[in-house]
Design a protein around this ligand. Structure first.
Ligand SMILES: Nc1ncnc2c1ncn2[C@@H]1O[C@H](COP(=O)(O)OP(=O)(O)O)[C@@H](O)[C@H]1O
Ligand SMILES: [Mg+2]
Length: 347
């Protein structure tokens, strides 16, 4: 059916849907997925594809099922897996959204290239790196980098809350992880495991030291059997809590750092990139940028955005919406100082 446009697909979908003609509905949905890929609506295609897969899975397990039957087990599994996946997302983030040093840039860049050119590597029977550990202080772009990877590679991403898995049912951590990996691997997606150090913490509050060993062993096995086109990204603020055997299994370990002055200036430029905002005093602004050394990207961006909002509220003309606005540097300075005070208190 060549030459169909978006609206033709919608019409067909409505028709077959209303007629309850599943076979043709699925086939036109598949055509729409291909069409969306061709017309570069990649995220839409991914979401539709995932929806279709979920629905097929649902049908396999729907209807009444006897406790103990295969169907019943699958149903239970769907419910349990759902609890631990925070989100299943597509990402629009690209490399340019992340500010980082040259090491991170090069490591991430090669990693992305490796997956973009996976066929080349395969044809020479070369192994593909697909397990990455992102570590470093909070607010420096680890989560953001995982969204960049998913966005650059046009893959669905499963965001997993390891803290929840580990703490909720201590005895079932291994089982739950295995289920999630199986699900995500079947879609060639990215599995993003935040708070990876929760694994190390099992030791702290569990009398059962065997549990920690079991979980680590499960992860090692899951890592070993992960298809090359699936990716695992683990993030942690506390790499030192992780078992050495586990650390060794990552193909790549990328360290994220607090920004230096150059990176702070790039972050400010990125935050102001639409050109609608500028500082009321350039000199103060540049010395404030210097005073931000030691803060995280997150803290700096947060104080700047708050300063922008408050500067907007300060304006007396409440009726018209201005095209541009000045950022009150005094307000930003106060916010930076109070952020620093809050952070020293925490320590
Ligand atoms: N390196 C960075 N470049 C650009 N923005 C950043 C960077 N690091 C953090 N941010 C900003 O701070 C937010 C939170 O950062 P996040 O990626 O969650 O940090 P982490 O996972 O390391 O704790 C990001 O969504 C982004 O807006
Ligand atoms: Mg994070």
């Amino acid at each position: 059916m060549s030459g169909m446009g978006q609206f033709d697909y919608i019409k067909e979908i409505a028709k077959f849907g209303l007629e309850n003609d599943q076979e043709r509905l699925f086939s036109v949905l598949n055509e729409l997925i291909e069409y969306s890929k061709r017309t570069k609506k990649i995220n839409f295609a991914l979401q539709l594809q995932s929806l279709l897969k979920d629905s097929i899975r649902q049908q396999q397990v729907s209807g009444l099922s006897k406790v103990g039957s295969v169907k019943h087990a699958l149903k239970e599994e769907d419910r349990e897996v759902g609890e631990f996946i925070i989100e299943k997302v597509t990402s629009d983030y690209k490399f340019e959204n992340l500010i980082c040093n040259d090491n991170v840039k090069s490591d991430l860049g090669y990693f992305i290239e490796e997956h973009n050119r996976i066929e080349l590597l395969r044809s020479f029977e070369l192994p593909v790196a697909n397990k990455v550990l992102l570590h470093g202080p909070p607010g420096c772009g680890k989560t953001l980098a995982s969204y960049v990877i998913a966005g650059e590679l046009n893959k669905m991403m499963y965001v997993i809350n390891l803290g929840a898995i580990v703490s909720s049912k201590l005895g079932e951590t291994s089982k739950n992880l295995a289920k999630i990996f199986r699900r995500a691997a079947s879609e060639d997606s990215v599995i993003f495991i935040d708070e990876f150090d929760s694994l190390g913490k099992v030791r702290d509050y569990s009398q059962d030291h065997g549990e920690m060993k079991r979980v680590v062993n499960t992860i090692l096995q899951l890592f070993d059997y992960l298809p090359q086109s699936s990716i695992v990204i683990a993030a942690t603020n506390q790499k030192n809590l992780l078992d050495n055997a586990l650390l060794r299994r990552f193909d790549l370990s990328i360290q994220f750092d607090l920004p230096n002055l150059k990176q702070i200036e790039a972050l400010i430029a990125l935050t102001l990139k639409n050109g609608k905002f500028s500082f009321d005093n350039k000199k103060t602004a540049s010395s404030l940028a210097k005073s931000c050394v030691g803060l995280s990207y997150y803290s700096i961006q947060k104080t700047l955005i708050t300063a922008i909002k408050r500067s907007l509220f300060e304006r007396s003309d409440t009726k018209t919406i201005p095209l541009t606005a000045k950022i009150n540097t005094v307000v930003w300075e106060e916010l930076i100082e109070s952020e620093k005070r809050a952070l020293t208190k925490k320590k």
